[in-house]
Design a protein around this ligand. Structure first.
Ligand SMILES: Cc1cc2nc3c(=O)[nH]c(=O)nc-3n(C[C@H](O)[C@H](O)[C@H](O)COP(=O)(O)OP(=O)(O)OC[C@H]3O[C@@H](n4cnc5c(N)ncnc54)[C@H](O)[C@@H]3O)c2cc1C
Length: 289
């Protein structure tokens, strides 16, 4: 058994150099609510742990003059909930992050960890995809941007390259008349993994939906952007016909596993149900109801 080295650098450059030099067995530590559980279970034994919680850029929240937000990859759900405006602009993203675990877990767990852990059931990911969020990544070859929807590569895998660290999430400016929502289905009332999670973000103009995005989690090897569902909502007044068509598109996008939490038929049906409910909540928020 090899020892695990631990470091908590103050700068991102230091973290990237150390992480890249640490090779395959190096791991980033944000809140540790996935990593430490996996280490405890013997699933991973890192040679090096690079703790990112002391790096300012990864732990800050910026609201830009154009209304966009930049949220550091290490910011916890609890810290984001205390931001004076984030939850008013992106209530669906915030509710997704604040569904994660218990109050104690939310004090540590970050959206960056939720995305980089690569679980198809990560709650923050469908809401971030619905919000058309991009990420900034820094590695040994510099910085690059990627859409959140392109980060997951499969269960437990991402499209980050060796030595790359997720730096921040950028959520775009919001037109007036916009709203978002996230709902998940779990077999218990709390502290469980989603069998389906649906995030919806939309914009209404004079009662007509002019823009929509749908993120769908826990029903395929990666979280999905369901463009066919969004197309059914855009141009409609979100009447029953449009909601039913979007729900059918959401169900059609499912490629779920069959396990003790839910059968394929159950997950597929629930995806459509949650699409409708999330859309109605997002629309109410867009109207200021
Ligand atoms: C009791 C309990 C309940 C939970 N409930 C839920 C739930 O309801 N919903 C849910 O989605 N999850 C849940 N989780 C899982 C976990 O809390 C979340 O996935 C959380 O968001 C992980 O964030 P973290 O900051 O703790 O990540 P960490 O554990 O620090 O990291 C997770 C993974 O991502 C990598 N990583 C982290 N940050 C970065 C970065 N910036 N760049 C590159 N790689 C990085 C790490 O190396 C690790 O592989 C639960 C966990 C526990 C223990």
């Amino acid at each position: 058994m090899t020892d695990t080295q631990y470091m908590a650098p103050q700068t991102l450059d230091e973290a990237v150099s150390a992480y890249a030099a640490g090779g395959d067995s190096a791991r980033i530590l944000a809140g540790g609510t996935d990593l430490l559980v996996q280490m405890g279970a013997g699933m991973v034994q890192p040679g090096l742990i690079v703790d990112i919680k002391k790096i300012d850029e990864l732990n800050s929240i910026t609201e830009n003059a154009d209304g966009s937000f930049v949220v550091g990859a290490g910011v916890s759900g609890a810290v984001l909930a205390e931001h004076p405006t984030f939850g008013k602009v992106w209530p669906g993203v915030l509710e997704a992050l604040n569904l994660i675990g218990s109050t104690q877990v939310q004090g540590r767990a970050s959206a960056g960890g939720n995305l980089c852990n690569g679980s198809p059931a990560g709650d923050a990911v469908p809401a971030m995809i619905a919000a058309d969020t991009t990420v900034t990544i820094q590695g040994p070859n510099g910085r690059r941007e990627m859409a959140v929807k392109d980060v997951p590569a499969g269960p437990g895998r991402t499209n980050l390259k060796a030595g790359e660290i997720l730096v921040s999430f950028t959520l775009p400016p919001r037109p007036s008349g916009s709203g978002d929502a996230y709902l998940r289905m779990i077999p218990r009332t709390e502290m469980d993994i989603a069998v389906v999670g649906v995030g919806v973000s939309l914009t209404l103009e004079n009662g007509t939906c002019t823009a929509a995005r749908v993120g769908l989690g826990a029903v395929a090897p990666t979280v999905l952007l369901v463009e066919d569902a969004a197309k059914e909502l855009i141009g409609s007044t979100l009447d029953d016909a449009a909601l039913n068509a979007a729900a059918a598109a959401c169900s059609a996008a499912c490629n779920p596993i069959d396990d003790k939490r839910g059968t394929i038929a159950y997950r597929t049906k629930v995806a459509g149900v949650l699409l409708k409910r999330s859309t109605i909540i997002a629309a109410d928020r867009a109207k200021g109801v």
